[in-house]
Ligand binder design. Structure first.
Ligand SMILES: [Zn+2]
Length: 544
């Protein structure tokens, strides 16, 4: 690939390091400038409306900029490298300087590691800019751009044009209507996770944080809980029975209270006044100076806020679109579409807490909470295939999982099939097609230990996807679109998304598939999974 000469730029100043992103990578044709196929003529360069001002806003915010572009016209001889440089000089004349230019000169037939959707250009750009892919956000106009970003562990923003295919629009986790609004949202998200400036607050003594619901919900709240922990002497976490095992894995938590919340649980028990009185007494006994109530976008924090008030807690922060009256001191609001970990981080920031500069906004587990991995599993680098899910609508159909196991084994991968005690029938059936059956052999910490040594994890939208993200292990995400991918996709870890993003279950939040034959996932070709694993091993020479 062609890499522009590295330029000495003014990197982010230590201490005010941006929390989410160091750099914005931009596709060229159709994103920065109007797409003139195989253009070698500087006179034909036309920036998209508002591009210069938008890029200058990014520069002013301390973000570094790179162009990442496929130019197969070079391979095909439609223009020369010299003509391309003249076009790039013209682009810089019109749009200002970029800190790096990364060009793939190859054609699809070359099978290179840099032509998007492969992630090579993204890794190379991150390296040139002195950062890593997970701290980059890429803006592009087609599915290849977003796929390259995700496969590198970066964030992808799709700004569709009339030529963008509908399925690419459906699959995008982050959509913007034009380049200036993509830039505005990047800057808004960056700002939202900084602590709100104001009078210096004393370091809180005890903070009570709350995240009910399942293991995945608890895991994605981890960065926000670490942010609160950075500003408190003691952190007590209230979680539900389904999230308890995950809560035990989170860094920054000193004590856990486990209690079901009937307004959160998917199969809720009736509200028992005595149980609520017991909960209020337990919460009061915590002696918390403040409480931060984390929720998903479809859950209400207000019933618990009332109990917290009754427990005497004076400062309560939560996200609420509903009018909270006097239940909240910090009422935070977040637009739809923000990744759950960032949504929670932005609430922590609104409450006055931010991650320390040396803590990346990624999911993490306590290293001391994981047991040793069973020795009989062999060397690291195997593929974990986890077909099940607590919600059947998000599980991989067993018949498909079996075909995936067979294809992966045939392609030379060592496959470990994992699942809970109630999923043994499925894991046995899948592993019979190829792989080792670990169904029912692991609790959550044990599964986390196995996932941590995997080369990749093939899994639906369920807890183990977030365990993989926490371990930095790439994910082939068989993602049923019952909830938005942009909110629930594996966070800041190399990912390939498979499945029909526009299936009828889209955005239904259904726990069991509302559509016969589970069409969002059943159409996946096992060969796509094999290809995805190949893409996810591309590191651009820099590792992850
Ligand atoms: Zn290439």
């Amino acid at each position: 690939m062609y890499a522009g000469a590295g330029r000495a730029g003014s990197g982010p100043v230590e201490g005010i390091r941006p929390v989410l992103y160091d750099a914005v990578l931009l596709d060229r044709d159709g994103t920065l400038i109007e797409d003139v196929p195989y253009n070698g003529d500087p006179e034909k360069v036309r920036p998209v409306p508002g591009a210069r001002a938008a890029l200058d806003r990014l520069r002013a915010a301390g973000l570094r900029l790179a162009v990442v572009t496929n130019q197969s016209g070079l391979a095909r001889g439609y223009f020369s490298a010299e003509q391309m440089r003249a076009v790039h000089a013209r682009i810089e004349e019109l749009l200002g300087r970029f800190d790096a230019w990364l060009v793939c000169p190859h054609d699809d037939a070359d099978g290179c590691e840099c032509r998007k959707p492969a992630p090579g250009l993204v890794h190379a750009a991150a390296r040139e800019l002195g950062t890593r892919a997970s701290r980059c956000v890429l803006v592009g106009d087609i599915g290849r751009d977003v796929a390259a970003a995700l496969a590198a562990g970066a964030t992808g923003v799709l700004v569709p044009t009339p030529v963008t295919r509908p399925e690419e629009v459906a699959a995008a986790g982050w959509l913007a209507s034009d380049l200036p609004s993509a830039v505005d949202e990047i800057l808004r998200r960056q700002q939202a996770v900084r602590a709100v400036p104001g009078p210096v607050r004393e370091r809180a003594g005890t903070a009570l944080v709350v995240r009910s619901d399942s293991a995945g919900d608890v895991l994605v709240t981890g960065p926000a809980i670490r942010a609160v922990a950075a500003g408190a002497q003691r952190v007590v976490l209230l979680c539900g029975p389904r999230g308890r095992a995950a809560a035990d894995l989170l860094p920054g938590v000193d004590e856990i209270i486990e209690h079901p919340l009937p307004w959160i649980d998917p199969a809720p028990a009736p509200v028992e006044p005595d149980a609520m009185r017991t909960l209020i007494a337990r919460l009061a006994a915590v002696g918390a100076d403040e409480a931060v109530v984390f929720t998903s976008f479809h859950q209400s924090a207000l019933p618990l806020a009332l109990l917290l008030r009754m427990a005497g807690i004076r400062r309560i922060s939560a996200i609420s679109d509903d009018y909270p009256g006097s239940l909240l001191d910090v009422r935070h609001r977040v637009p739809v579409g923000v990744p759950e970990p960032e949504r929670a981080l932005s609430l922590a920031a609104a409450a006055g807490h931010r991650l320390p500069v040396d803590d990346e906004p990624v999911l993490r587990l306590r290293p001391d909470a994981l047991p040793p991995r069973p020795a009989d599993l062999g060397d690291p680098g195997y593929v974990v295939l986890h077909p099940g899910s607590a919600a059947s609508s998000r599980a991989c159909p067993p018949e498909l999982a079996a075909r995936i196991a067979r294809s992966l084994t045939a392609a030379g991968h060592r496959v470990l099939v994992t699942g809970g005690p109630d999923e043994r029938d499925v894991t046995a059936r899948v592993a019979a097609a190829g792989g080792t059956d670990l169904g029912g052999r692991t609790d959550l910490p044990g599964l986390a230990a196995i996932v941590a040594d995997a080369g990749a994890v093939v899994v639906g939208n369920t807890g183990p996807a977030h365990l993989a993200a926490a371990a930095g292990v790439p994910v082939v995400s068989l993602f049923a679109p019952t909830v938005p991918f942009g909110q629930w996709g594996p966070y800041r870890v190399p990912t390939v998304r498979l499945g029909n993003a526009d299936a009828p279950c889209r955005d239904t939040r259904a726990a069991s598939c509302p559509v016969p034959a589970h069409p969002c996932l059943s159409g996946i070709d096992p060969a796509e999974v094999v290809d995805a694993l190949r893409v996810l091993t591309v590191s651009g020479g820099g590792g992850r």
